[in-house]
Design a protein around this ligand. Structure first.
Ligand SMILES: *Cc1c(COP(=O)(O)O)cnc(C)c1O
Length: 393
């Protein structure tokens, strides 16, 4: 069984805060909890959202949706990746999960599979259009034909028409985003002409923050819900500034040692102490999703102060300079993400050191052992602990 020294703490009160802030922009949301809720734990996150009255959620695979159904969730569940595995159609029908259809092949397959599971009622589907991202989606020009085709397929029932914005976080691409919005309007109009009660859904987190009126019936925020600011580094950063990070990641100090000037620290002797130093060994490394690229770039927070990494990041350990921090001792907690006070490491800052975006930071670090802040409950990550333990999350 895989275990590590790293602990992920998820803060439900911050999740509630972010959700309420987003609902002031747009009351009807379909929060995105794919990929184990961006590493925060889909079971716990869905529980908090349901407690706040959220009744639409988007997952990635049908299996992720089935997992939530088994937890007793009653919400409308959209599977953003559509039907993938052979068992997905039957699972979607049995668990009332709405898969995406996005091209002729996926729609034909979906209809055939829905027919073969011969459920009493048609399988609800969401119809995705490509308005400019060139990922999943029917071409917008085909919308009238797609609507006609769907009309002739009694085994599926389109309940949602959607698309995805490619660059709504970047003001330099506003014209492109505007074009996506108007293309989506055309596709949604063609579907609504045939299916008048179909719902619409367009915007992700930045789209919701910047253009709440373009969301459609259901906005689909992900990152902002978890407290990442998708507009960080742009002139619109203020719009996402009040969001509170939901994930905090800590690892214990394993020992503190005095290092003489000139001594080598860590693999490859890549770092030599320029002066006598006090160095703390922290129990987090690349096996825990704390990557080697962070060497010489990142810092952790110990006793409210920044301790910069020295030497290379190892598999389950890294070393930090604590010369300037009084009384650091083994057993102290080092915050890889978050921390108490002004020195807390923001998701955007860690992402910057890492050369990535907060999305990847959350997904990678979220694979560690997790606990819910304020609850007695500690639970294991489903990706690391399969089977029975996964069920008990
Ligand atoms: C992941 C995802 C979202 C959420 O995007 P954020 O930028 O995290 O808000 C919305 N829609 C689709 C289709 C997605 O894949």
């Amino acid at each position: 069984m895989v275990s590590s020294a790293v602990t992920v703490t998820v803060r439900p009160e911050h999740l509630r805060h972010n959700l309420r802030a987003l609902r002031m922009r747009r009351p009807l949301l379909m929060p995105v909890i794919k990929a184990d809720a961006y590493g925060h734990g889909a079971a716990a996150v869905a529980r908090v959202l349901a407690g706040e009255g959220i009744d639409h959620m988007a997952v990635g695979t049908v299996g992720e949706g089935a997992f939530l159904r088994r937890q007793g969730h009653d919400a409308f569940l959209l599977a953003l990746l559509g039907l993938i595995h052979d068992e997905d159609a039957a699972l979607a029908a049995a668990c009332r999960i709405t898969p995406l259809v996005h091209d002729a092949e996926s729609l034909a397959r979906c209809a055939a599979q829905a027919r073969s599971v011969s459920a009493a009622s048609p399988l609800s589907v969401a119809v995705k259009f490509d308005t400019g991202m060139s990922r999943l989606g029917f071409p917008v020009e085909d919308a009238p034909a797609v609507a006609e085709w769907l009309r002739g397929l009694p085994e599926v029932k389109p309940v949602l028409v959607m698309s995805h914005l490619a660059a709504s976080d970047d003001p330099r691409h506003d014209a492109f985003t505007g074009e996506q919005v108007s293309r989506f309007g055309r596709a949604a109009g063609a579907l609504r002409a045939v299916f008048p009660t179909i719902k619409t859904s367009l915007t992700n987190s930045p789209g919701l923050l910047v253009w709440p009126d373009c969301a459609g019936d259901l906005a689909r925020p992900g990152l902002a819900l978890y407290g990442g600011n998708p507009l960080h580094g742009t002139e619109r950063a203020e719009l996402g500034a009040g969001l509170l990070p939901v994930m905090e990641v800590t690892a214990p100090v394993l020992c503190v040692r005095h290092v003489a000037a000139g001594a080598c620290i860590g693999y490859g002797c890549s770092f030599r102490a320029p002066r006598p130093m006090r160095v703390a060994v922290v129990g987090a490394g690349y096996a825990d999703g704390y990557p080697r690229i962070l060497a010489r770039r990142a810092a952790v927070v110990i006793r409210g102060e920044r301790a910069p990494l020295v030497g290379r990041v190892c598999m389950q350990m890294c070393m930090v300079d604590v010369t300037h921090i009084a009384e650091v001792a083994s057993g102290d907690m080092a915050y890889l993400l978050g921390g108490v006070g002004a020195q807390a490491v923001r998701p955007e800052e860690l992402a910057h050191w890492w050369g990535t975006v907060p999305y990847e930071v959350f997904c990678m670090l979220g694979r560690n052992r997790r606990r819910l802040d304020g609850g007695a409950e500690t639970w294991r990550n489903s990706a690391v602990f399969p089977g029975a333990l996964r069920e008990s999350l």
